[in-house]
Structure formats: C-alpha cells, structure tokens
Design a protein around this ligand. Structure first.
Ligand SMILES: [Zn+2]
Length: 454
C-alpha cells in the first residue's frame, strides 16, 4: 500500500509531497513526489499520539463526580465513589466501555494506549468472570476499535502500606503474586493472537504491593521479555508520600530506586510529588514520568515539576488516566499551562533546538511513550509502524499553519478537533472523522450508561 501526503512530519522534520509505502503495518519506504498507484490523502500528517495511562472503565464515570459534598472532596473521597460505581460493572460492560473509549481515543489522535488494568474479576464468581476473561475482553475491545494496545495487568494486594488487608470494594483487584504471574504469562500468550498488542505489568503502587511481591513480579515479567514495560503509580498524593515516609522512612521514588533496578522501560505514573534528589534519580536512570495533566487537575493531585525535569533532559509521556478528558491536545496544553502559571513565564517546555512548544511537546511525549509501551512506534520513518494522524487542512488554515506553527496551532489555538483520518498499524481506522463501528458501539454505551447508578 502506498499513500501520498502533501505535508508530513517525519522523524527528520517537516516534509512535503511524499509517498509512504507500507507493508504489514510497517513503513518500508518514503519517496519524494507522487508514486503511481498511491492513495492521495488531503491534510497534514503527524505521528499518532501514545496514551501511557488508562483505566478504561472509569470513562463511564466521567462527569458524575463533580458534585460538592459537605465533608469535603479529595482524591480519596472520589475513589470511594468510583469503587461504589464499578461494583455494578460486568465483564461485558467493561468491554463496551473500553471499546467506546478506544474509538474516542482514535478520533482524538491517540493511536496506542497502555491499559493499566486492575479491575480483573467480574462481579460474580463464574468462570466467565475470571481474570483471564477480563484480560481477553480488553484485548478484544482494543482490536475491535483498531487501537494499538499495551496491556499492563496490575498487581494489587493491599489497601495500604504495612500489608493492610484489602477493602471489601477492592476484592475484584486482588491476586497472590503467583496467580498474578500466571495471569501475566497467559496474557503474553494471548497477546500473540491479537493484532498490534503487547504486554507488560503494573505493580499498582507501593501502598498496594509489598517488596517481595514487587521483586517477584518484576523478575517474572523480565524473564518473559527483558524490555517489557513496567508502570507504577508512584507519588500521586501527598498522603501517599507521608504514609510511605512513615512506613519505609523514605519517599516513594527514593524507596523504589533503593530497592529495585529501574530502567528506561519503567513508567512512573503521577511522579507528582518528588524532591530534587528523586527527580535526578528518575533522569539518571532514564525512567519515564507518566503525567496525566487533566486527571491530576481534576483530582487535585498537585503539579509535577515539569520545567526543571524537562530542562534537565527528563523523559515524559502523557496519559488520560480517569478519562475526564480524552484528548492529547488538552493533556499537552495543560502540561505547559500549569508551568506558565507557576513560573509566570511563557513557552516553558521547549528548547533552543526545538523552540516550538507544540512540536517539542508532541515529539517528546511520543519519545517517552514509546519507551514504556512498544519499541517501533512514535515517529514516521522507515521501519516504524504506520501510526499516522491526518489533520484537516481547512481547519488548520484558520490558524498559523505554516510548518513551524502546525503543532502550536493544534495544541494551543484550535477550537475544535482537527483530526480527520487516523491510521493504525497500516490500516485506516478513522476516515473523515468517523469510525465504522462508532454508531453501534455508542448506542450500546449509552444504554449501558442509562442502566448504571452513579
Ligand atoms: Zn491511574
């Protein structure tokens, strides 16, 4: 298959009038000019974005938790409400929510998602509600939508530091480490039967796993794949840092680096509350900070010290986490704007090599996201998977639209979604802003939503 693009952001920079040849989902050649037989695509092509952090089921809850309560509202009170909500969800319900969400992601410009998958069991004790079935449901939702999927089964054992017994409403998350490792092995096998998927693990957080299980799970997955992505919620809330200090005498990131070999395939989700020492440790080891700006704002988590981290060469990726927003543009805009508000400066997250904030953010979020999902994605170049988003040139023309301003206009100025077409793994999944299953899946999602108590 050959596709001709008028304008395209290659790994080497902007280019015009290029024909991209694709075989088995991979870019095999990029030639100048129109090559006979190529499909002509109007628009501006950029690499698809990687979403490094998703809890798919939480999308069905977005918008239902913005009510003020008399006793105060925090991450922890939000979590209680979320736990009550998820009690109602069956394995099939999760499949509908995930497929609907993944279509939303594609339409917004995400071409891969890392699913931090902790809702393992169905709501009854039937074999159909097993953890394996739930994992298959997520794989199937990803394939039905056509998004690339990195499944991260979550090890969840305790409700707090010191091996506190899980709460009643956490039972559907809980595994022994042996059962968890068996599930991970099965997921590796199943992922071979699905298209464009891979598997890593996610120890939920330092409060939810103990040291021996953490080491055991990491060793197990690394024996299956030495570069398997490993994600962990690390320092989202100040209370988590305080509890970690009380129990371990160390802050979470500090403890992690003292006790485990952390490398560039580790993603530290919500590395929000870190001190200078911890920041240097993350950068030195090449680990990626997984930042979810809209969820972190929505939950009142705090602000990641991005200015210092990025200026020192730290790597980051973006995620939509609770899916209060499903838009890479909004995540990247908030990532920059929170820094501007703190620093009382402009154009903070950019460098002299790449002074366009928008282009810097888009490329860097991909470079970080690729390290913690799967290797051959994140840029448009020969040998890379063809994950391409095409922006609508008519919409772009309403803003500064010459090459150097495209991503700034997209991220900071656009009043509407400019994503027109999306290709994943060499296949068009969004054409003229539509997905072939969107009507049917939206109907199912809407009826499900109407049947749930929020
Ligand atoms: Zn999360």
């Amino acid at each position: 298959m050959k596709i001709f693009f008028e304008r395209i952001l290659l790994s080497t920079g902007w280019a015009h009038n290029k024909t991209v040849a694709i075989e088995n989902g991979v870019i095999t050649a990029i030639e100048s000019g129109f090559v006979e037989g190529a499909e002509k695509v109007d628009g501006t092509a950029i690499p698809g974005m990687i979403n490094c952090h998703s809890h798919a089921f939480q999308r069905a809850f977005a918008g239902f938790s913005e009510i003020k309560h008399e006793n105060g509202d925090s991450f922890w009170s939000w979590r209680d409400v979320m736990y009550k909500f998820l009690k109602q969800l069956s394995t099939d319900d999760i499949g509908i929510i995930a497929q609907h969400l993944y279509i939303e992601m594609l339409k917004a410009g995400y071409t891969r998602v890392a699913e931090f998958h902790y809702l393992h069991f169905g709501k009854d004790n039937t074999p159909q509600s097993s953890a394996v079935n739930m994992a298959k449901t997520i794989f199937e939702a990803g394939n039905a939508a056509g998004i690339g999927l990195t499944l991260l089964p979550v090890l969840y054992q305790f409700s707090g530091f010191g091996e506190k017994a899980p709460l009643a409403n956490q039972q559907r998350f809980i595994h022994s480490v042996d059962d968890f490792n068996a599930l991970v092995t099965e997921c590796f096998e199943y992922s071979q039967t699905y298209e464009n998927t891979n598997v890593g693990i996610a120890p939920h957080s330092l409060r939810a796993v103990n040291k021996s299980s953490l080491i055991c799970a990491v060793e197990h997955v690394r024996a299956l794949d030495p570069m398997a992505p490993i994600h962990i919620h690390i320092a989202e809330q100040q209370k988590e840092v305080d509890d970690c200090l009380t129990f371990y005498g160390k802050r979470p990131v500090e403890w992690l680096f003292d006790n485990i070999t952390v490398d560039e395939n580790w993603c530290l989700i919500h590395a929000t509350h870190i001190n200078e020492f911890e920041q240097h440790a993350i950068i030195e080891h090449g680990a990626v900070a997984g930042i979810c700006p809209t969820t972190e704002a929505n939950l009142g988590d705090g602000i990641f010290p991005a200015t210092e981290f990025v200026s020192r060469g730290g790597k980051f990726a973006i995620g939509s986490d609770s899916h209060i927003s499903v838009s890479p543009i909004e995540e990247l805009r908030w990532f920059e704007y929170t820094q501007r508000l703190i620093k009382q400066q402009r154009a903070v997250l950019a460098t002299s090599d790449q002074p366009s904030v928008g282009q810097f953010l888009w490329n860097e979020a991909l470079a970080g996201g690729q390290k913690v999902t799967t290797p051959n994605i994140g840029s448009i170049a020969v040998g890379m998977q063809a994950d391409i988003v095409v922006l609508n040139n008519n919409q772009l023309a309403e803003y500064a639209s010459s090459d150097e301003f495209v991503l700034d206009s997209l991220i900071f100025a656009a009043k509407a979604n400019m994503v027109k077409d999306v290709m994943v793994n060499g296949r068009w999944v969004i054409k003229d802003t539509h997905h072939q299953n969107e009507h049917q899946v939206t109907q199912k999602f809407v009826s499900l939503l109407a049947s749930l108590t929020h």
